[in-house]
Design a protein around this ligand. Structure first.
Ligand code: PLP
Length: 386
């Protein structure tokens, strides 16, 4: 039996593939310092676990509303409405999904048609491209300038717009570069989208993880009515809830209704009991964010300081997010070969920059969400071997 033609165009997620390989090595007894996966190393906040245990005891184990639990939708809308003077309605403007990834997939399937173009800023998150291809669209890459530390700049995006542009992705703070779009550029990008009738998919999954002396604005700050915009966020990164698979999309009702059809006919709804955990962290999780951010900040500061002393490596200092992007091109221009060597020689797993698309080659990404001792050991082994 032949596979569908579309499968020839889709790659496996390279990061998930690396992580799976490292898990297999660990199962075989090898001790690897794991800096590849984009997930907080902390346990999920206790309040979430308690809420889920109670939900299970109360037998809240059946399907929920296909949009997600009303109370959770309302809590999220209220939060954004309070902060940005928006008027998001729980019954119209939000869809709770099994992970932000699923919300992005629904958004793309809802708007992208054959040969529509979708602009992706690179280096950037790996799944946008594959999802666009699955919708028969064409990914178009706007490459950030490495000599300007990959700053997210409206002009490089603008240059890529054609009459076929349907979607622009904006991920700020960016995975993997840690760059944050300025309020001014955010407004410019949004204005262009509205003027040219392009949909902006604003992926704000890292927007609560901002380092000292930086700030990050939500798209709602320049577009409270979400004209031509789908805002994506979730619980994975902020609350160390990656395995819970909970995310959401905020948008105008016509987009949410389209995405809802995809949800109803694929997964029906997100898992019901996990949504009680999400409500608990929204109510009581702010101290968890502060505590984890403090650790990420410390790890980032160690890397900036220590790698700053080794001139073969250049670190792009992140302004937010979970990652550090390191220029390794003076040692090896081939990031995949370098990463493999690092795994073999140093027993450290990282992600080669080339997986993040154009502009990423010659870099590696490491995740800051780990014990400080792993970061220190990473620097020590880099020094020793290179
Ligand atoms: N968006 C970006 C930029 C990401 O880096 C990730 C995960 O790595 C996601 C979305 C997906 O998040 P979730 O775990 O909620 O599906």
């Amino acid at each position: 039996m032949m596979l569908a033609k579309r499968m020839e165009q889709i790659k496996e997620s390279p990061i998930v593939k690396i992580a799976d390989r490292v898990r297999e090595m660990e199962a075989g007894g090898e001790k690897i310092i794991r800096l590849e996966t984009g997930e907080p190393h902390f346990a999920t906040p206790a309040v979430a676990k308690v809420a889920v245990q109670k939900a299970l005891e109360d037998n809240l184990t059946h399907y929920s509303h296909s949009r997600g639990l009303y109370e959770l939708r309302k809590m999220i809308c209220d939060k954004y409405n309070r902060e940005f003077g928006a008027v998001l309605e729980a019954n119209k403007n939000i869809l709770i999904t099994p992970g932000a990834k699923q919300a992005i997939f629904y958004a793309i399937l809802s708007v992208v048609e054959k040969r529509d173009e979708a602009i992706i800023l690179t280096p950037g998150w790996v799944s946008y491209e594959e999802m666009v291809k699955l919708a028969d669209g064409i990914p178009v890459y706007a490459v950030a300038n490495k000599d300007k530390n990959f700053e997210i700049n409206c002009d490089i995006i603008k240059k890529k717009i054609t009459p076929r542009t349907k979607v622009i992705f904006l991920n700020s703070p960016n995975n993997p570069t840690g760059r944050i779009v300025s309020q001014e550029s955010l407004k410019k990008i949004m204005d262009i989208c509205i003027k040219k009738d392009i949909l902006l998919i604003a992926d704000e999954i890292y927007n609560e993880l901002i380092f000292k002396d930086n700030s990050c604005q939500s798209i709602l700050s320049v577009n409270p009515k979400l004209t031509n915009c789908i805002l994506i966020n979730g619980f994975s990164k902020t609350y160390a809830m990656t395995g819970w698979r909970l995310g959401y999309a905020l948008a105008r009702a016509n987009f949410i209704d389209a995405m809802l059809k995809l949800q109803q006919n694929s997964v029906t709804c997100p898992a019901t009991f996990t949504q009680y955990g999400a409500m608990a962290v929204l109510q009581k999780g702010s101290s968890f964010i502060k505590r984890s951010l403090k650790i990420y900040q410390e790890n980032k500061d160690i890397l900036v300081k220590e790698l700053g002393k080794i001139d073969r490596f250049r670190i792009i200092e992140p302004k937010g997010g979970l990652y550090v992007f390191i220029d390794i091109s003076k040692v090896n221009k081939d990031s995949r070969a370098f990463s493999l060597e690092l795994l073999e020689k140093c027993e450290i797993s990282v992600v080669p920059g080339m997986v993040f698309g154009k502009g990423g080659e010659g870099f590696i990404r490491i995740c800051l969400a780990t014990d400080k001792k792993n970061i220190i050991e990473f620097v020590k082994r880099l020094r020793k071997f290179y």
